[in-house]
Design a protein around this ligand. Structure first.
Ligand code: SF4
Ligand code: SF4
Length: 92
């Protein structure tokens, strides 16, 4: 008699693991919920301190700083980092 081993083993799918916070991912905590940073161009000298401080990589600096409002998490770090008070939080 031959045995056929197919059949009985229940296929258990490995549980999907939810990944922890990604490195470099900004904290979900926002100092200014629902707000985004905005640059007041006449005060900006393009030093880039705000971009360095931004954990969401939401600021690009060519001549002046520019905030991507879709990437900004409202943490407010750029406001604190700007030596010229050229960034403020505002409603999107
Ligand atoms: S830190 Fe202030 S002055 Fe410097 S690039 Fe950013 S907004 Fe402009
Ligand atoms: S508030 Fe400023 S530092 Fe924070 S995510 Fe927005 S642009 Fe970046």
């Amino acid at each position: 008699m031959t045995r056929n081993d197919e059949g009985d083993a229940a296929d258990t799918m490995p549980a999907e693991e939810t990944s922890p916070a990604q490195p470099g991912q900004p904290s979900r905590e926002s100092a200014f919920p629902g707000m985004v940073a905005a640059v007041y161009a006449p005060r900006c000298d393009g030093c880039g301190d705000c971009a360095e401080a931004c954990p969401a990589d939401a600021i690009s600096v060519l001549m002046l700083a520019e905030v991507d409002p879709f990437a900004c998490t409202g943490c407010g770090r750029c406001v604190a980092a700007c030596p010229r008070q050229a960034i403020a939080m505002q409603q999107p």
